[in-house]
Structure formats: C-alpha cells, structure tokens
Design a protein around this ligand. Structure first.
Ligand SMILES: *Cc1c(COP(=O)(O)O)cnc(C)c1O
Length: 423
C-alpha cells in the first residue's frame, strides 16, 4: 500500500507545526516511519490521504466509543448548529448534561464542564489544594494526567513513548509539589503518608492505567488507596478521562465499587468533541467560583456543540447498557489471539499487547517490553489494514462499530503479524 501523499504532507506539516503534529504521539516516533494523514472516518474505518482503508483501534485516542460519525451524535451536533456555536451564557443543555453525568456517576454531586482532560485534572488539583490547604500531590509512575505542569513528572503516554526526561519548562517549585510512587504498591503509598504526614492534598490516579499501556489495579489496591487517603484526610482523585464511560457506564469507580472524592472525565464524555468535566463531593466542589473562592473559568466551556455531542453519547449509553457486554466480548477475542510470549492486559474495551513474557503491573514492568518487536508488529498490522496506537505504551480501544467480521479480520492479521514480529 502506498503512503506517499501522507509522506509529502508530513514533510510539509513539519515546516509550520512542531514535529508536524499537534500532539506528540501522532508523529509515530515510537514505531518509525511517518504518520498517515486521515481524510475521513466512518464507523470502524479510517481512510487516509492515499485512500488506504483501515480498521481503527485508536478511536481518536478513546472518545469514539460508538465509532466514527455515529448518527445520533451527528444529529445532536447538527441540531445544535441550527441555534449557534457558543453563547458564553448558560444553556439548559448544560444542566441536562450535568444531570446525566450525576445519574451515571453518583459520586459527581457537583460537576463543572471544561474543554480538555488536562483542564479537568489541573482544576481538580487546584480544588484539592484549596480545599485541604495542603500543596503536595501523590501521583504514580507511568500515569498520565494531561500536560499539567506539576504532573509532568514520570508521566506516561507520549512522554514514555519518546523516552523524554521530565519536561523542561516546569519550574522546580511546581514539580516539588508532586511525589511519584510506583503503581500497584500499597506499601509505598503508606510510607509516603508517613514521610509527608499532614502535607498531602490529594492522591491522583488512573484507576485503570491506560497511558503506559493498559494496566489494571491489583485486587485490593484501589480499596487500600481509598482507606489510606480517608485515614489521612487527603482527597482521592480518580482521573477517569480514559476509563470514564469506557470500562463501564459509570467508569472504573462503578466497576470497582470505590467512591472517590473528586473525579475527572474527558474523551468519551464529549462523543468526539472537545469537552471534559471535573466534579465530586458537594462540600468540596462548593469551593469553586462563583459559589466559593477557588477560581476556574472558560470562554468556550459548556458550548452547545460539544455539550450536544456529549449528551447524545451519554444518552446512548443509558439507553443501551448492553453495549458493554458487546465491547467486552469483541475485545476478549482480540486478547485471546496473542501467543504465549506476549502479555495481554485488558479491562473491557481497553487493551494492550505487551511484547514481554513477564506480567505487566507497573511502569518498570511495562518498560521490559521489546519496543522494536512492537514496532515490527505495528507495521505488519498496518500493512494488513489494521490501525493500532503507534506506541507500546498506549491502550487500543474497541468501539461498538467494530463488527464480528472486523474482529475476525483483525485476529487473522494479528496472528500473521505476531509471527513476523516474534521471528
Ligand atoms: C487523555 C488523558 C488526559 C488528558 O486529556 P486531554 O484531553 O488530552 O488534555 C488526562 N488523563 C488521562 C487519564 C488521559 O487518558
């Protein structure tokens, strides 16, 4: 398959956009070659500028739970367009979205809408610090919470893919407010609360990690985290930007039956448009302006296009709870086709094939993966029309638009590609 037009576009893009892309992992540095420039998407399919067709397992990095151009989402956007794109004033639709979020995720007693996952985590942390009067945040190695200054410490996703050190441009004073611990390690968490007693505002965690590849919480880990934070009067923030409405209709907190103090949502919540949310306990969120003193604002926050798309997405989820069984089954078939010397981690429709024989439970074990073999696998799959995340340290996503025939084709391609990568 030819990708010459994509190659030309990439060269042209690099002249006016840093690295040719508007988000680093899109540049394919983790797998080599050049990114495919996309012309359009439909259902489970992507079409690039050379008119190649792919079965898409990125889904815009998570948002497209229903695939590309789902009619209910398109209708909602079209309907909103007839009335205007943004008013900078409250609308009834925003209340409906907030109420729907509360129905699906009962811990979200008060909800504030923002425009990106980064904005949501940044704001949740500010609220946690303002509410507790403490400055220190605990995060976990390989967890990514957006490009928030203080959280770009041992972050996953593109930082892991590119093997970057912690980012320049973050003042030491900011990164000093962050303590980084290994994921899935209760003792390390207990110890940090002893060492920094009385100074910790919050623990922020991806309840199922997706940004160092998919890594589920060990049994009892989230329960221990809930107990320890409560005992020390620190807030527990679930960053559900990836897991929200993905691993269950109520996110990871429903799946594991844990009630965090604050949560952040993004990706699926916007149905493919830029929207995110943070919220949680009523007493804490009441500190947010204008009801309280902690400032947070946004010109385009809650704009009717994004809110319309998000509401259509969440209403679809409410009306069709069976989609999670369908997603589970389809993704389970992908998981089952890996050979013995590949470690598969999967929760619902989030999954990673790690090119290592050891179990992957944290950042250090994820790093044991053979990224050269992953690169070979990635390109072999691409040749066969399967579009995977271009990094060992990302999760793939299955959507409801993936048909049984799509999964069959992907399993066939994966068997051939594993043989090529592992030879
Ligand atoms: C994607 C992601 C973010 C950042 O969201 P953006 O919309 O890219 O800013 C934050 N946290 C997690 C867990 C994510 O997966």
């Amino acid at each position: 398959m030819s990708a010459e037009r994509s190659r030309e576009l990439f060269e042209r893009a690099k002249l006016s956009i840093p690295g040719g892309v508007n988000s680093p992992v899109r540049a394919w540095r983790g797998v080599g070659g050049w990114p495919r420039f996309i012309k359009r998407g439909q259902g489970s399919r992507l079409f690039d500028e050379d008119d190649n067709e792919y079965i898409d397992y990125i889904g815009s990095w998570g948002p497209l739970l229903l695939g590309h151009r789902h009619p209910e989402i398109l209708d909602a956007i079209n309907e909103a367009l007839t009335r205007g794109t943004s008013f900078g004033a409250p609308t009834e639709l925003e209340i409906e979205l907030a109420e729907t979020i509360r129905e699906l995720v009962p811990s979200m007693e008060l909800v504030r809408l923002v425009n990106s996952g980064t904005e949501a985590t940044m704001s949740a942390l500010r609220v946690a610090r303002g509410f507790t009067g403490h400055d220190i945040t605990i995060k976990f190695e390989g967890c990514y919470h957006g490009h928030v200054d203080s959280l770009l410490v041992k972050a996953g996703s593109g930082v892991a893919t590119l093997g970057l050190p912690d980012s320049p441009g973050v003042p030491k004073g900011f990164s000093d407010t962050t303590i980084t611990l290994p994921y899935n390690n209760v003792d390390a968490l207990e110890q940090a609360f002893v060492t920094h007693a009385g100074k910790i505002a919050a623990v922020i965690v991806e309840p199922v990690c997706g940004n160092m590849g998919c890594i589920p919480p060990a049994p009892g880990y989230l329960e221990a985290m809930r107990e320890i934070t409560a005992r020390h009067n620190a807030l527990l923030i679930f960053d559900e930007v990836m897991t929200g409405f993905r691993v269950s209709s109520g996110g990871a907190q429903r799946l594991y039956n844990i009630k965090p103090d604050l949560s952040t949502f993004g990706k699926v919540i916007g149905g493919g448009l830029p929207i995110a949310a943070y919220g949680g306990r009523h007493d804490i969120m009441s500190f947010v302006a204008p009801s309280g003193p902690i400032y947070q604002a946004g010109t385009l926050s809650g704009n009717p296009l994004a809110v319309g798309a998000g509401l259509a997405m969440l209403r679809h989820i409410q009306a069709h709870p069976e989609i999670y069984d369908q997603l589970n089954e389809a993704t389970g078939r992908l998981a089952a086709c890996a050979p013995e010397n590949v470690t598969v981690n999967r929760i619902g429709s989030m999954m990673t094939w790690f090119f290592t024989t050891t179990p992957v439970t944290d950042y250090d074990s994820a790093k044991l993966s053979d990224t050269a073999r992953f690169g070979k696998f990635f390109h072999a799959m691409l040749e066969r029309g399967i579009y995977l995340p271009p990094s060992q340290y990302e999760a793939l996503f299955v959507s409801t638009a993936h048909s049984e025939a799509d999964i069959d084709r992907t399993v066939e391609a994966a068997k051939e590609s594993f043989a090529i990568a592992l030879e």
